[in-house]
Design a protein around this ligand. Sequence first.
Ligand code: ADP
Length: 177
Amino acid sequence: LEAKEEFTHKTLAMDVMRPRRSDPALTILTQDCMTVEDVEAIINETTYSGYPVVVSRESQRLVGFVQRRDLIISIDNSLKKQDGIVSTSIIYFTDHCPPLPPTSAPALKLRRILDLSPFTVTDQTPMEIVVDIFRKLGLRQCLVTHNGRLLGIITKKDVLKHIAQMANQDPESILFN
Ligand code: ADP
């Protein structure tokens, strides 16, 4: 059979990543404008293992990735320590936080729990390459970007589901659909 390539449907990172088109948006944190209360609400409303941190909602520029358990532990500890952190304290994932007026609640600095170089691929990356990267680097998750803007996430479980789906499909249908 000639020109096989023309029929081959290559699954791309954008086909496997979450959220799907119909799903609610990715749950993200911003680096310098969310309060302890805001972040606690997100932790309580979702069960994700982690959250991408972005510069701002408008820019969707990725700053890093924070694990859910590290967030919970850090917030709990800082509230227990009674060093002035309250639910209205702003959480900073940035290097520095701006001087705050003396009347405002002290800031909670959480840069130390942020993974500053989470693995990322673009939405057009073929899944066979993504699978290879997960295997070789032992990734737990990988973020997906388009023109530098954060679009989605692929977890190890998403990759395993994708592999299972491919294995169950008739090879002919993979080639021709
Ligand atoms: P797992 O895939 O091991 O169950 P999670 O609980 O973190 O891990 O993710 C569950 C599903 O939600 C996965 O399909 C994943 O792609 C997606 N997901 C993970 N993190 C987020 C997030 N911050 N916002 C939206 N969806 C997410």
